[in-house]
Design a protein around this ligand. Sequence first.
Ligand SMILES: [Zn+2]
Length: 420
Amino acid sequence: MVSQPKRSTPRPIVLTSHPAKFSKSIAIHWGEADPIKRGAIIGTLTTAAHRNVIGTHSGSYAVYRALAVASGKLDANHRADLTNTAPAALLHAHPAWSDPDKIVSLDPFGAIVGEVYRDLYEQGYDIKPTIAITKAHINMPELQDAIAKGRLQEDGEIMKKGGDLVVTKAAIEPVWYLPGLAKRLHVEESLLRRTLFEQTGGMFPELITRPDIKVFLPPIGGITVYIVGDPDAITDPNRSLTVRVHDECNGSDVFGSDICTCRPYLVHGIEECVQTAQQGGAGIIVYLRKEGRALGEVTKFLVYNARKRQEGGDRADAYFTRTECVAGVQDMRFQELMPDVLHWLGITRIDRFISMSDMKHDAVTRSGIEIVTRVPIPEELIPADAMVEIEAKKAAGYYTESEVLTEEALAEIKGRGLSD
Ligand SMILES: [Zn+2]
């Protein structure tokens, strides 16, 4: 039997394309330093007249919310009770928050909307934080191994007994200021809006019909920031800062797949963060939900098969071309938007940047952040089947302190076959 939402009379469908419906919305002035003047981001689904954005909150999870409403499990009019949800740390505003060129893909005030827009909330505006900040202990077997080998020490404060690492962590949903995004990508805003509309199968008509609405909450994954050490050290020029910007790789990060260096590099980044924090500085891991170079896991697994089945097997010299064959591009991550989160944290200098990626490095430095030292992954941490990836990346110009192989030598670097 097909279950129907519990409703006595059918409701009319409210189309989102008519400006008169939006008369009570608050204007957004992106880049204003005063959050009241900047205007609250309101992606509510309960009062259409209050909406001042395209799309809604929760990123990709908005679709699950729809399922919950459709199946009658969630009241469509539910408004979040924000009691005791205020950030556990990181409350300072930074100059970049009011620079419309520095931050275009998140709301710098996203964590403090419950405080700064309290009056509006009490007037009935359904305002939701797009950033939440809390504290946690994390523990990973590799960190315990680093303690056993003497590379890390338990100090009782940053790293507690048993290898428990104390972190401050922030979850960030995407909030895109479309004119800023267009400028960052060097395209016309109208072309960006049209392409977003067309390439999502027409998911958001207001991208076309409401050029006056400039902010878009895209249904994509967000960012998690893990901070080790004193958050105040992040902006203190006299204290050191280590950063790894890590793009999600579920197969390796969580399940330990050995075809790439993602988890070993992530853990190495955390180890470097702990060392810097224990020396009085701070360490930051930025974790972005951009699985498989933002191509997704289906594409990624197709590429794995294509690599392993090609003539001569999985070879470093053909690593990038196999991705391009399947996906049309080698990489879809758009690191141009990645530095926004660093600016949100107030970062102006990174002492140790734990990455070999030129794209990440160049995006960060182009955005005005200084990088003092680049730290490649130590050779001993590279899994056997990941030699194909790492040598291909080094040959393609990724940062390394070791020798770059010739074309002939690259062809000799082979990974496992599908049946091995
Ligand atoms: Zn990986």
